[in-house]
Design a protein around this ligand. Sequence first.
Ligand SMILES: Nc1ncnc2c1ncn2[C@@H]1O[C@H](COP(=O)(O)OP(=O)(O)OP(=O)(O)O)[C@@H](O)[C@H]1O
Length: 721
Amino acid sequence: MSSDYDLASEDEADLIAATTPSVDKKRKLDDIETGNDLTVKKVNTGPSPSIPLANRVLRERFGLPSFRLKQEAAIARILDGESATVVFPTGAGKSICYQVPAVAFRIQDQETGSRAPEFSGVTLVISPLIALMKDQVDALLKRKINAAVLNSSVSRDHYLATQEDLRLGRLDMLYCAPERLNSEGFIASLKAIPGGIRLLAVDEAHCISEWGHSFRPDYLKIARFAQEAKVERVVCLTATATPKVAQDICKAFNIPSEGLFTTTVYRPNLRLLAQTSTTHTDDVGRLASFLTKHPGPTIIYVTIQKGAEMLAGELVARGFQARPYHAGMNTDVRTKTQDNFLASGKMIVVATIAFGMGIDKPNIRNVVHFDIPSSIESYSQQIGRAGRDGLPSTCLFNLSTKDFYLRNIFTYGDRPSDRSLRLLFKDICSPERQNLKAGDIFEVSLYHQSRDVDIGPTTLGILYAHLELHYKLFRSAGALYTDYKYKPQNSRLISSDESPSARAIVRASVTKGKWTQVSLDDVATSTGIARMDLVRKMDEWNERGAIELEKRGVLNTYRLEKPLPSDQEEIDIMIKELDAGMAEKERQDLERTTALIDLVTDKKCFSRSLAEYFGESGVDMPNECGHCTWCETHEQVVLPDEPPQPPDPEKIKRILSVVKVRDDPRLLAKIAFGIKSPRIGAMKIYNTGVFESMNVCDFMELVRIFTEECAREGGGSHGDG
Ligand SMILES: Nc1ncnc2c1ncn2[C@@H]1O[C@H](COP(=O)(O)OP(=O)(O)OP(=O)(O)O)[C@@H](O)[C@H]1O
C-alpha cells in the first residue's frame, strides 16, 4: 500500500523532503567548528541569570508587568536548561510558562553568542484542544511572535509557509495535537528542524497518567517521542494533579521533585455548597429557586447530552435565559452559544463536559453540578471557572443517588469482556497477517473492529496503546481516509486546472446523484501519481471553493516492530494482563466516585478536603473556610440510603429465555443493568422489556450470577439472541 497517509500526516513527506539534509549537516558542522554543545547545562546554584531576561520578555513582548504564582521560578528553570512540571489552577497563566521561554531562547542565544538565529530551535506545544491552539497562535501572531499550528484543517498555503519557516529556523513555536505524533512523517520532520526542539510543552499533562481521570493513550507516546527526538527539555502543564498524578508526569519525563511547581487550589471567593436528593426530589424546582437567588452568568454541568437539552428546555419554560451545549450539537450553534455566553451578564449554559475548556470569562457567578461529575479533578477544574474576577461566586453540587446509576453505566460499560478481548486478538493476529515481518505495515478500521469485537472506541484505543508501548508489537503509523466524494461548486476552476493530478481526478470521477465519487487508490495505481498529490489537489480545490469535499472511512495503519504472536499461550498471557489492567481501571473509576461523595458528605470543611486531596497540607488556608455547606451549617450532608436490590430470579430467567447468548456473562449482565453495546444493539432486544430490567441491582452481582448460569449451560454461543 501507499505510505502517503493523508489524515494525520498527509503533508509530512513534503516537509521531510524540504528539510534538506544539508541544513542538518550544517548544524553539526557548525557545532563542531565552534565547539558548541547544543545541550544546555545547569549553570549555578544562586538566583538564575535567566530571571532578568524572562521579565524583560514578559514586559516587552507580552505586555504584562510581572509574573504571578510560581511562573518566574518555573520559567527560569526552563531557561537554565531543565525540565519542569507546572500545576496551576485554570486561568492562572500556564501558557506564559512556555511562551516566554519560546521567545527568550533566541535572545538568550544572541546575547551569549551561542547559536546563530536559525539554530535557536523551536518550542513544540502539544495540546488536545485544537480550537484553543488556533486562538493562542492568533494572539501570539498579533504580538509578532512567530507561531504556527499544524493540524489536518490548516490550508495548503498555511502548511507550506509553516514548512518553510520550520526549515529556515524562523519559527519560535509550533502547536499540534498529540495524535500528530502517530505520524511517522511528522516525527521525521521534527527531528530535522535546525536547532532541534528546544522545549516540548505538554498541555493537559494529567492525560498522561493511567491513574488520572482523563487518561489519553496518545499521551503515553509523548514521553517516548521526547526521548527519540532528543528534545532538550520539557514542561508539563496541568490544572489538576493529585500527588500521584504529578508523580506519574514527572516520572515519565525524568523531572526531579525540585522541578515540580504547584500552587494551591483554594479559592477564597468560591462558596462551595452541596445538597443531596432522592428519586422523589423536585431537582429542577430546587435549581430554579437557587438560580433566582443567585443571578449572573452560570454554567450547569450535566452528564449526558439529552440531559443538557431537557434541563435547558425546562429552565427556559420557567423564564430563564438558558441554552444547552454539548458535543452532539452543530458547530455553528455551539459557537454562537459560547459567544453569547461570553458577552452575557445573565445567561445560563446547561452543558456536558464539552463546555468550558479554555473559556476565559471572568464573571461566571455560579457553577452548578446538576449531575455528579466523574471525579474530584473534574469537579475542581469545573468550579475553577467560577469567579475568576475574584468576586464572590457560588458552586452548587447536587448529589443524587440516581446519578450513580449513570456513572456505573460508564464505568462498567468500558471494561471489555473476556470474549471481546479474545476476539480482538483473533482479529489482530489473523492468519493473513501471520506472514508479516518487522517493518511491514498493516491496516485496521478501528471503527469496524470496535463493532466486531464489541469494545468501545476509547477502550480500544487504550488497548492498542498497551500493545504498542508495553508489548512493543507495533507502532502507529498514521491514518488515511478511504472514501472521497465531492460536489463541484465552481466548474471553471476545476476545468482550468491543467495539473496532472487535476486531470487524472476529473477523468476518474463518476457522478452519482448530487455527489461525484473518485477512488484515489485506483487513480494512483493507474496513473502512477502519488496518492498524496491527489489528496492535496482535492484539499486545495476544497479550500479554494471549487468543490465541497467529503472524506470518509478512516483506516489506522501500524508498522510492526516484530511478527504478530501466533502462540496461543503467549496471547493468553497478554489477554490476562490486559484484563487485569482493565479491572484495575474499573476499580479506580469506582473509587473516584466514592472519593467525590466522601468529599461532600464528610464532617469537614469542603475547601480543606479539596486542598488535601490535591496533596496540600492546608497550612496556607484557614482551618475552616467559612463558605462551604459544612462551615456554614456544621450539619453533615447525608446521602439517602438507597442500597442496590438483590437480583430477581424471575427476571434472570426471563433474560436467559429471551437472550440465547451463553459465551459472555458480562454481556448478559450489561443487558440486565442497561448498558448498550454494538452486539446488544444487533440483538434488537431494547424493546423486549429485558434490557435495563435490573438497573437497581449491583452490576458485579449480576456478572457473578450470569457467570454461574453460563457455566451451568456449558458456555459457548447459542446464537445472538
Ligand atoms: N503574570 C501575569 N500577569 C497578568 N496576567 C497574566 C499573567 N500570566 C498570565 N496572565 C493572563 O491570564 C490569563 C489566563 O492565562 P492562560 O490561558 O495561560 O491560563 P491557563 O492556566 O493556561 O488556563 P487553562 O487551564 O484554562 O488553560 C491570560 O489572559 C493571560 O494573559
